[in-house]
Write a protein that binds this ligand. Structure first.
Ligand code: HEC
Ligand code: HEC
Length: 377
């Protein structure tokens, strides 16, 4: 009897918490929906019909991902900021780009499981991995190529790439900016991490989660975190690919506990999705990030300002749900989040095609001048 009572109480608490969110969350239209909590890691990665995965395309994409010649100065690759021998990020609050620049405006998220994101970037400004990959190559603080034509020209000077692009994309105009990002996105779709303790637990291995993790899962559910962190990746309630699941952060900036965090961690400096849509309602709205491997994603939040997962959980509880949490609740929640670390694929370094008897890096200073000029415009 007592058990049922407390269950009801928990449910009421959860609904109340969820309602607070529903009332304040952006993009809801006030519809109260109960979202699925979690779910097993998807067995298949979503692949767009116009960019099928093939082994030669994966291999080419992997080379391009690791190749620093895709950057202005020839020393920054995707791998520089998204280390796939590690967690798929660089573990820094903000990243180092070309010319030693440290002014990437946001923290680099992991590329592992990015294939499941319905949109890319913290503000969701790219609707696919293909669209996303164009960003850093031409971004003047990341890889700094002045334009797509210079990138294509540089790749055309590498005989091995000429052959490989032809094999993957055919003889007619094989090296294009679109083909570069199609290959990179295809490689990224192999960067998935199934088989976490949580996945084993929901498949029936009840010993896969510690009692603290199970308690944490219950606490998360009673708090209503899944009103935003829903579904198998804990990032959306089944939102279609390319659409994005966005929420305001912080929802409750005037909650006294949250207000302290806002000040300490500069949580309201970034306008978020407002930068993309210029709509007032999108001020401080962000893509809800997933929880898969979140234990390895420190530092946390869009500006990488929070060092530990414990603090990130406290910030979320205060700023999104208006809740003050006990140390035990935080530790249990973190135990559960820890159980979402999956099995990483073994990554080996690719062999990059060379330019025998010559170098293609002689024109760097000219490109650098062009980059500075175009930045001034
Ligand atoms: C100088 C560091 C740097 C380099 C180089 C870089 N990135 Fe990133 N990456 C970032 C940062 C910072 C963000 C977040 C930017 C934002 O959200 O506004 C990001 C975001 C992403 C995302 C979105 C992930 C998500 O969860 O939203 C993907 C995917 C990604 N990068 C892949 C790549 C690929 C592919 C390359 C090479 C073509 C690349 N990056 C090069 C720093 C870098
Ligand atoms: C109203 C929606 C909402 C609710 C409720 C919510 N979150 Fe979040 N969560 C977000 C958004 C949006 C972000 C990204 C914020 C940013 O960095 O800009 C985020 C980020 C996070 C992060 C950091 C991820 C990273 O990679 O940096 C963690 C951890 C997290 N949430 C855990 C939780 C927990 C635990 C709860 C429940 C106590 C919760 N969240 C409740 C929307 C929500």
């Amino acid at each position: 009897m007592k058990k049922t009572g407390s269950l009801h109480a928990r449910k009421r608490h959860r609904l109340a918490a969820a309602r607070t969110v529903l009332a304040t969350a952006v993009g809801f239209g006030g519809i109260a929906v109960a979202f699925a909590f979690g779910g097993e890691f998807p067995s298949k990665v979503p692949v767009p019909a116009n960019n099928p995965m093939t082994p030669p395309k994966i291999s080419l994409g992997k080379q391009l991902f690791f190749d620093p010649r895709l950057s202005l100065t020839g020393d920054v690759s995707c791998e520089t900021c998204h280390n796939v021998m590690g967690n798929g990020s660089d573990g820094l609050p903000l990243s180092f780009g070309v010319l030693g620049r440290v002014d990437t405006p946001r923290h680099a998220p992991s590329v592992f499981n990015a294939a499941f994101n319905t949109v890319q970037f913290w503000d969701g400004r790219a609707d696919s991995l293909e669209a996303q990959a164009k960003g850093p190559i031409l971004n003047h603080v990341e890889m700094g190529m002045p334009n797509a034509a210079d990138l294509v020209k540089r790749l055309q000077e590498i005989p091995g790439y000429r052959d490989e692009f032809r094999k993957v994309f055919g003889d007619k105009d094989p090296i294009t900016f679109d083909h570069v990002v199609e290959a990179i996105a295809t490689y990224e779709r192999t960067l998935v991490t199934p088989n976490s303790p949580y996945d084993r637990y929901i498949k029936g291995d009840k010993a896969a989660l510690s009692s603290s993790a199970i308690e944490g899962m219950k606490t998360i559910r009673s708090f209503g975190c899944e009103s935003c962190h829903a579904g198998p990746m804990f990032d959306n309630p089944g939102t279609p690919m390319g659409t994005g699941w966005f929420q305001k952060f912080p929802v409750q900036p005037h909650n006294p506990v949250c207000a302290k965090y806002v000040q300490k961690y500069h949580l309201m400096d970034d306008p978020g999705r407002f930068d993309v849509t210029h709509k007032a309602a999108d001020m401080h709205v962000f893509k809800v990030p997933g929880w898969r491997n979140v234990a390895l994603e420190a530092p946390y939040f869009q500006n990488g300002s929070v060092r530990t997962l414990q603090t990130a959980v406290r910030v979320m509880a205060a700023c999104q749900l208006g809740l003050t949490v006990t140390d035990k609740q935080v530790n249990d929640i973190v135990s559960f989040l820890d159980s979402l670390t999956g099995k990483f694929p073994k990554e080996t370094m690719p062999i990059l095609p060379e330019t025998p008897n010559t170098t293609i890096m002689m024109n760097v200073s000219r490109l650098q001048q062009d980059a500075v000029k175009s930045e001034k415009k």
